[in-house]
Design a protein around this ligand. Structure first.
Ligand SMILES: Cc1ncc(COP(=O)(O)O)c(C=O)c1O
Length: 338
C-alpha cells in the first residue's frame, strides 16, 4: 500500500471509459478472479455490489414484470431494501420447497453470508443451480467475501459458474465487489455472467464506466498476487482474532450461546428477548449491534448480528461480555427453567 503512487494514477488523466468500465481492471479480473467470464465482454464494472444489484433487479423487472426475489434466509439486509424500493416482492427459498418459476430471481451470498457467516456446501450449491437451470429462473450470486475463503479446499464451484455451464442461455450474474477485500470507498465491483444477463444490465447502465479512477486504483492494489495474498491473510488474521475474543467472552456467560458463522460477522441467538429489544439494551451498555430482524423476509426478531471486523480484539471481548445482560433471560426466569 505504501509503495502505491496515487499521483501516478491521477497523472494518467482519466477520461470517461467504455460504458462497461475500465478495460485494464476487467482484463485483470478475467485473468485472475473470473469463475465464468472468459473475455472482458463477459464483465462490467458497477458502483459496488449494491449498484450491481440495483441495476440487475431493475433490468429484470423490465423483462419479467411478475418477477419475485427469492432469498436464502437470513439474507443481506440491503438486498431486501433494494427490492422494497423498486417494488419487487420477496419470498424465502425455504417457503418454495425448491420449486422455482421462470419469473423468479434467486439472490444468494454463497460464501461467508452476511449476516450469519455461513458458506453453503457444494451439495447445496448444486441443488440450487439445478433448480435454477430447470426453471430458467434468474440468478444473482453475491461474491463479496469469496476472496477471503482461505484455502483452495474452501473453493467449491460457484452457483453462477455451474448455472452458466449447464444452460448456455441462462440469466445469471456473479458480483465480485472489492469492498470487503480492498477498499469499500472505491465502490468497485466487477460483474461477470451470462451474455443474456449482461446485455440486460447494459441497457440500464448509463454512467460512462462508473469511476475509471477508482477502477485504476483497485487494479493497482490487486495487480501483484503476492501483495494481495499478504493483504488477505492480514484481514483473515484480524477477523480470526476478533472471533476468538468473542468466543472467549461467550464461554464466560452463564449459558454460553451457540454462535455460528465465519467471515465478518457473528450471528447470536436472542431467544429470551426480541432482538429488537436486545439491540436497544445493548446500546444502553455501550455496545453497538445490529438487530437481525431486517435480515429476514418476515422480520423475525430472533438474532443479533455482531461485526468482528472493525474493533480491536479487546473491545470485542469486552462488548461480548457486556452483551450477556442484553439477550439473557431475567435471572428469575433462568432459575425457573434450570
Ligand atoms: C453480502 C454483501 N453484498 C454486498 C455488500 C456491499 O457491497 P458494496 O460495498 O460493493 O456495495 C455487502 C456489504 O456489507 C455484503 O455484505
Amino acid at each position: 500500500m505504501e509503495s502505491l503512487d496515487a499521483g501516478a494514477v491521477l497523472r494518467r488523466g482519466f477520461n470517461y471509459s467504455s460504458p462497461a468500465g475500465l478495460d485494464d481492471l476487467r482484463e485483470l479480473f478475467v485473468d485472475r478472479f473470473a469463475t465464468c467470464a472468459v473475455h472482458v465482454d463477459d464483465t462490467l464494472v458497477t458502483g459496488g455490489a449494491l449498484g450491481a444489484l440495483d441495476l440487475a433487479l431493475r433490468a429484470l423487472l423490465r423483462d419479467r414484470p411478475a418477477a419475485r426475489l427469492v432469498v436464502l434466509e437470513p439474507t443481506y439486509r440491503e438486498a431486501l431494501g433494494i427490492a422494497k424500493a423498486i417494488g419487487l416482492p420477496v419470498v424465502a427459498w425455504s417457503k418454495l420447497a425448491g420449486v422455482l418459476s421462470r419469473d423468479d430471481v434467486v439472490y444468494v451470498v454463497s460464501t461467508f453470508n452476511n449476516p450469519d457467516g455461513r458458506t453453503i456446501s457444494a451439495a447445496e450449491r448444486d441443488n440450487l443451480a439445478a433448480a435454477i437451470v430447470e426453471a430458467d429462473a434468474a440468478l444473482i450470486e453475491d461474491a463479496a467475501y469469496d476472496l477471503l475463503a482461505a484455502v483452495s479446499a474452501d473453493q467449491v464451484p460457484g452457483v453462477c459458474a455451474t448455472v452458466t455451464q449447464r444452460r448456455g442461455n441462462a440469466w445469471a450474474l456473479r458480483l465480485m465487489s472489492f469492498s470487503k477485500t480492498v477498499v469499500p470507498g472505491a465502490r468497485v465491483c466487477v460483474v461477470e455472467g451470462s451474455a443474456r444477463a449482461l446485455a440486460a444490465m447494459r441497457t440500464v447502465k448509463f454512467d460512462f464506466g462508473t469511476s475509471p479512477v477508482a477502477c485504476a486504483l483497485v487494479a493497482e492494489l490487486v495487480r501483484d498476487p503476492r501483495t494481495l495474498d499478504r493483504h488477505l491473510a492480514l484481514i483473515r488474521e484480524r477477523l480470526g482474532r476478533g472471533r476468538a475474543a468473542a468466543d472467549q467472552a461467550f464461554r464466560a456467560w452463564d449459558r454460553p450461546p451457540s454462535v455460528v458463522g465465519a467471515g465478518y460477522f457473528l450471528w447470536l441467538p436472542s431467544s429470551h428477548v426480541s432482538s429488537t429489544e436486545a439491540a436497544v439494551r445493548a446500546t444502553a451498555v455501550g455496545v453497538r449491534v445490529s438487530d437481525g430482524a431486517p435480515f429476514f423476509v418476515d422480520h423475525r426478531p430472533t438474532h443479533l448480528r455482531l461485526s468482528v471486523a472493525w474493533e480491536p480484539a479487546e473491545r470485542i471481548h469486552e462488548a461480548c461480555l457486556r452483551l450477556e445482560e442484553s439477550v439473557a433471560a431475567p435471572k428469575n426466569l433462568l432459575e425457573e427453567t434450570s
